[in-house]
Design a protein around this ligand. Sequence first.
Ligand code: APR
Length: 236
Amino acid sequence: MNRPRSIVILTGAGISAESGIDTFRAGANGGPSLWEQHRVEDVATPEAFARDPDLVLRFYDMRRAAIQTKEPNAAHRALARLEREWAGPVTVVTQNVDDLHERGGSHAVIHMHGEHLSAWCTACDVRTRWTGALIDRPACPACGARALRPDIVWFGEIPYRMDAIQTLLADADLFVSIGTSGAVYPAAGFVRLARELGAQTLELNLERSQGSAWFDQTRLGPASEIVTAWVDELLG
Ligand code: APR
């Protein structure tokens, strides 16, 4: 590959799998994936929240509590090192709603599917950092309304910061996808967009994904090993 300057990295659940966070679809850790344990329609749509808010709030309260017991792994830390030491811009666009990139040391992170550690007030539209539960309908610190929901992009909702992501993809010399099955759009389409706009493309994943054919190169293995090796290679 030619030496790139600006690097955009899309990450998915696979990068957090070795930290002990379940992936959404089969293919990691041997155990059942999240969407094998819960129906998407029951917990991850606006309709589900309207129909049975307690079920949805409990589900996200459990997930929010769980991620706070997990630690970043070598792959998160390697991307932070790349951001620190690379001469050009390095941005992580993540589909993950955990905070392991930040705790691993990355600063330029876009959470396109929202964040567990944020609550969104549907009354005043203010987002507040949130580590506790939402099931008891706590008051919004900004307006006092008891109208907080998880700040998560559910199926049927529009991912965050799409304009900024398009601009990043247009400027990218290298687009790298790590630990994502390529099953969910629009993220699954980023590789094609980046290619069309002139970037080289690299996939790092445990197994071939639905989008593998679109990448110039695919390297297979656990993220903690192959991401670290790739960063070592880039930084020489
Ligand atoms: N290292 C690298 N890749 C891994 C590892 C690992 N240790 N473990 C699993 N993977 C790979 C799997 O092979 C799979 O291709 O990570 C991918 C995880 O895929 P998904 O579970 O589908 O997760 P993701 O692609 O992030 O899902 C996208 O779907 O339900 C929604 O909103 C949710 O953001 C999520 C979106």
